[in-house]
Design a protein around this ligand. Structure first.
Ligand code: E4P
Length: 218
């Protein structure tokens, strides 16, 4: 399973990419706004910096709601670097934009997907990726990972090439379940990436080895 980092924070991306564990990046207007406030840089410059750190796909979201506006914005974003993927919200106009962009060979990531039918429509429109938001579904008492399973089954039934990005990841269990289900990608916040390294027995083991080593060298 590929791991994307769900952040626009350039320092986090730099740190994570040093271990070569990151296959791509997803951003959204909220994450971008946070980074704009933190750095004082504009969003294009932030994206440019990210493209220098990561060679894989980098999702940048349009903020226009209408078809022409979305397509125009997409083309501008695409000028930043070839690896930019255009994040489009799951709306009727959004799917028309996906269709138009596909004709121009521009990759898209359909975002804010909360049902299997939405994912089916996105795949039929020609989306490169769909992003079911599992954490936000869990938040309202639904089962986010169940949706991922449904989408994977539908895509397999009809041999869709669209890849599933498990998004709105809240804890390591979401990551493990994504991998067990065979999701193509999980996009995870930096805080969760750090949690994936942790195990109390690893910490205890390091202390014990250290103590034994020091004891023998007194
Ligand atoms: C994914 O593409 C989104 O940027 C993100 O995962 C949303 O996560 P949130 O529900 O924690 O805001």
């Amino acid at each position: 399973m590929k791991i994307f980092l769900d952040t626009a924070n350039v320092d986090e991306i730099k740190n994570a990419s040093e271990a070569n564990l990151i296959d791509g990046i997803t951003t959204n207007p909220s994450l971008m706004a946070k980074e704009i406030k933190r750095t004082g840089l504009d969003s294009n410059l932030i994206l440019k910096k990210i493209t220098k750190l990561v060679s894989g796909p980098i999702s940048a979201e349009v903020v226009s709601k209408d078809l022409d506006g979305m397509v125009k914005e997409a083309k501008k974003l695409k000028e930043i670097a070839p690896q930019i993927v255009i994040k489009i919200p799951m709306t009727f106009d959004g799917m028309k934009a996906v269709r138009r962009l596909k004709k121009e060979e521009i990759d898209t990531n359909v975002t804010l997907v909360f049902s299997a039918n939405q994912a089916l429509l996105a795949a039929k429109a020609g989306a490169t990726y769909v992003s079911p938001f599992v954490g936000r579904l869990d938040d309202i008492g639904n089962d986010g990972m169940n949706l991922v399973g449904e989408i994977l089954t539908i895509f397999e039934n009809y041999n869709f090439k669209t890849e599933v990005i498990v998004a709105s990841v809240r804890h390591p269990k979401h990551v493990k379940e994504s991998a067990l289900m065979g999701a193509h990608i999980a996009t995870i916040p930096y805080k969760i990436l750090n949690k994936l390294f942790n195990h109390c027995l690893t910490d205890q083991g390091i202390v014990r080895f250290d103590n034994d080593w020091k004891d023998a060298h007194k």
